[in-house]
Design a protein around this ligand. Structure first.
Ligand code: NDP
Length: 320
């Protein structure tokens, strides 16, 4: 029987994950298909219940369901429990197990970026959504001693810090208000900058002014694109990396969980590049769009809540 893996999100139409996973199944001769299910929140429970059937190996879960799906599964792994978000489901008999492979993907991306240098101990994180939770958990478990989280809506960053209060009890994890002057002061004290906001997904939007970027940072943008932030950081002498490594390795970890086999990384990477070149834009956490279509601009009123005064959205609007 051909097995099935599904990506459940909303909206989700075309997906880089689909191209990458199907290529991996085919390369290893695994009789499985990767399907994309666009399910609104109200239809999520029914879709998840279907995954208990024998024909399913499991699923990927993406925006906006990563947190909502948690009570619908039977057990969570440590990374899923720690982040409060599930991006991969496996099946054991009729029981569903929730995993968060974004954490493993982020750690590989961080290792690539740091290279042979000593792992730094201080980081600044922009954003406080699901991606940022995976990042912060990864930094805590990697042994970072000081992590400062900035977010447009400060209360969400404070909620994130509260969520990790226990696991971060031995170190300094703080939420700070989003102002260029405060970010600039923190960047002067740090080595690693991670952008976990969706600013830069399209257009020329940049989350922070290029002028406040010190030289010699390690800058990781979760977005799978050479964003304006990465361009500015590179121009000021920093080492940079986009979201490709994280996307590839969260997918590889999910593949191994479903199949029990090592993921064919080369095949998956080439298929990502090919799908991207063919116009597929939707990745884990990215808005979906038909090939060649530009997804909703995260700075547009349709895509984001009304920002508080002095928030980075003003900069997004001005720079787009
Ligand atoms: P969420 O929707 O959970 O969070 C979005 C974040 O972006 C929030 O911090 C939000 O701030 C901020 N944001 C969005 N628009 C604006 C704006 N106009 N101005 C200021 N802040 C804004 O998404 P995720 O955390 O899941 O994803 C975030 C990014 O990370 C996406 O671009 C996604 O593609 C990428 N990602 C990449 C992965 C990979 O494997 N490479 C894995 C996971 C995510 P606020 O809370 O104030 O609204």
């Amino acid at each position: 029987m051909t097995k099935r893996v599904v990506l459940i999100g909303h909206p989700v139409a075309h997906s880089l994950s689909g191209a990458m996973q199907q290529a991996a199944f085919d390369a290893l001769g695994i009789g499985a298909t990767y399907e994309v299910w666009d399910r609104a929140p109200i239809a999520l429970a029914e879709a998840v219940a279907e995954l208990r059937g024998n024909d399913f190996l499991g699923a990927n879960i993406t925006i906006p369901h990563k947190e909502r799906v948690v009570p619908m599964i039977d057990r969570q792994t440590e990374d899923a429990q720690a982040t409060g978000a599930v991006n991969t489901i496996t099946r054991e008999g009729k029981r569903l197990i929730g995993h968060n492979t974004d954490v493993a993907g982020f750690k590989v991306a961080l290792d690539h970026l740091v290279g042979k240098q000593k792992m730094p101990r201080q980081a600044v994180v922009l954003g406080a959504g699901g991606g940022a939770r995976a990042v912060v958990h990864g930094l805590i478990t990697e042994g970072f001693q000081r992590v400062i989280v900035f977010n447009r809506h400060l209360h969400r960053a404070e909620g994130l810090v509260k969520h990790f209060a226990r696991s971060a009890a031995h170190m300094e994890l703080r939420a700070m208000p989003w102002h260029d002057s405060i970010i600039e002061a923190e960047l002067a004290k740090t080595k690693v900058l991670v952008n976990a906001t969706s600013i830069g997904l399209t257009g020329a939007a940049i989350p922070i002014a290029a002028e406040i970027l010190p030289a010699d940072l390690l800058v990781l943008d979760l977005i799978y694109r050479r964003t304006p932030l990465l361009e500015a950081a590179e121009a000021s002498g920093s080492r940079i990396s986009d979201g490709e490594v994280m996307l590839l390795h969260q997918g590889a970890a999910a593949f191994t969980l479903w199949t029990g086999q090592p993921a064919p990384l080369d095949v998956m990477q080439s298929s990502l590049v090919a799908a991207r070149a063919g116009g597929v834009r939707s990745a884990e956490g990215e808005p979906a769009g038909a090939p060649g279509e530009t997804p909703a601009d995260p700075g547009s009123p349709d895509a984001a809540d009304s920002p508080p005064p002095g928030s980075p959205t003003a900069a997004v609007a001005a720079r787009d």
